[in-house]
Design a protein around this ligand. Sequence first.
Ligand code: ADP
Ligand code: MG
Length: 441
Amino acid sequence: MKSAWEKTLAVIKKNVSSAVYNTFFSQTKADFADPDKVIVKTKSSFIKNNLSTRLKPTLDLALEEVLGKKLKVEFLVDQSIVLPAPTEEENFEFYQPKAKTLEANLNPKYTLENFVVGLSNNLAYAAAKAVLQNPGVSYNPLFIYGGTGVGKTHLMQGIGQTLLKQNHFLKVIYCPLETFMNDFVQSIQTKSTNQFRQKYRLVDLLLIDDIQFISGRDSTQEEFFNTFNALQIRNAQIVLTSDRPPHEIDKLEARLASRFQGGLMVDIQQPDFDTRVAILKAKSLERGEIIAEDCLTVIAETMATNARELEGKLIQIIQQAKSNNQPLTVDYVRQLLGKPEPHLQKMDYKKVISQINHYFNIKMAEITGPRRNKELVIPRQLAMYLLYEECKIPLQRIGQLLGGRDHTTILHGVEKMRQETQKNQQIQKMLGEIKQGLANQ
Ligand code: ADP
Ligand code: MG
């Protein structure tokens, strides 16, 4: 004989998609001790929240069909319930963690397991863990901010990766704000805003990277506000990163700023010395390189900088040692490190622009002027990148400094150079030499 709950589940199974059934309903037990009430138990509050809100009507209907009367339904999180293992068929259909990771647009490199935790980021890490305990409920949104290269994207993707590991039925989307914005604009052009909304509003976890670029984009702000609300009502978790706290984002609607501040805000600082050593150690081991601790110490001492630059320097040192056939000793590392990296943070923007002009042998009027020939585009975009990333000047202001350009042009330039610095060795070299020139001034 099937129990009342088994019968109810069988009815539900016919009425919902198998993904919804497997994610939420199959993960339950029920207690019919009271004749007028049923207590539905699950192991996770995430499932409980979904069942008690958007899936409640489905549940009510099925119960009524099976029992012939309306019951009061209560929900309870109970870790001790024993659930049947998924059937072969369910496993086959859904258990494809790798595919899920790719579908979510997550880079498998960025996990919480390989995120080095230290003084500079332990609060953000703890916040990420707390969010994963109770996604969509306790801290929504999680707003992570901090300078460039300190691990915001890594941590954010780690959250996505971990949530998918915990429950591979869930739907996760990671994307930079730019992608969200482009998708939105395109959906208007192709009259497919419904599809756009289905994509972004039906997820369980939405990860939007570099939200500061929403600055001044009025229609994107409006759409994001609506997306945000739609997700929050469904108890879906939202995680945002930014290079600055919400109140410092220029041209951000007050209602969005207050939404961003309404959950948990944490910052990641530049890594302190111990964290720098730990990051260098982890990154060299990931590459299968065993480097003496005192060499790593020298790098960490010389380079008081973010994780991205540390990693870049480490790779460069490993490669140089290999191509010169030199063992990595403290002296050799010192030699390769040369002068310490300059700090542009407090640097005058005029110096940065004039250094770029000097480097490319061009005039101020050319870099700020309207001409768009190839010889000017790269210097100009490098200027945008350095003024934004290093001098921390807002997009609008950079636009004014560079001859009255629109801030979206600046945004595009910054993004373009960001990508180039990741993969284009020539650009990396130019940037390094310009920075070195600034340090020598
Ligand atoms: P951000 O998004 O803050 O600019 P990223 O997340 O892209 O920075 O990090 C830059 C690089 O540094 C990545 O390769 C990332 O893996 C690495 N990184 C940053 N922080 C850490 C950390 N705490 N542990 C390990 N790697 C880190
Ligand atoms: Mg990032």
